[in-house]
Write a protein of this length. Structure first.
Length: 131
């Protein structure tokens, strides 16, 4: 994370992007009647994960970064539901996508925790050097 010069350097973004591509492939086989409903919602939620990681990367404040990662985490949870729904409707299922979204969720949590830890350390450092 420290050496990342672009959001594209983040493993969490790379995995999220891989998930988006997989969602597009999966939803290609959904019924045409779902084009404006489940297909669209699923794709938008998947895109939201990677897009919010990218947007949060350039935010200067740690709270802003964490907020965008939290939005990405919410979209990841939404995608988990869409995977269940697609399976239950017999539209398709991907064990790989299920594993990948779990990995993305864990990476998002780790990344957020690291930023939060850095925030606490910086705050404590300021207290000891100023106070």
């Amino acid at each position: 994370m420290d050496g990342a010069k672009s959001f594209k350097d983040l493993i969490v973004w790379q995995k999220a992007h891989e998930f988006v591509l997989g969602v597009y492939k999966l939803t290609d086989s959904f019924p045409k009647s779902e084009i404006y409903c489940l297909t669209s919602q699923f794709r938008r939620a998947a895109i939201s994960i990677a897009a919010n990681i990218a947007e949060g990367f350039k935010k200067f404040g740690q709270q802003d970064k964490i907020r965008f990662l939290n939005i990405a985490q919410g979209s990841a949870e939404e995608c988990k539901y869409y995977l269940i729904l697609a399976k239950d409707l017999s539209y398709g299922f991907s064990n790989e996508l299920e594993k990948l979204i779990e990995e993305v969720s864990k990476l998002l949590a780790s990344y957020s925790n690291k930023i939060q830890e850095d925030k606490v350390l910086n705050s404590e450092y300021r207290k000891t050097t100023i106070g």
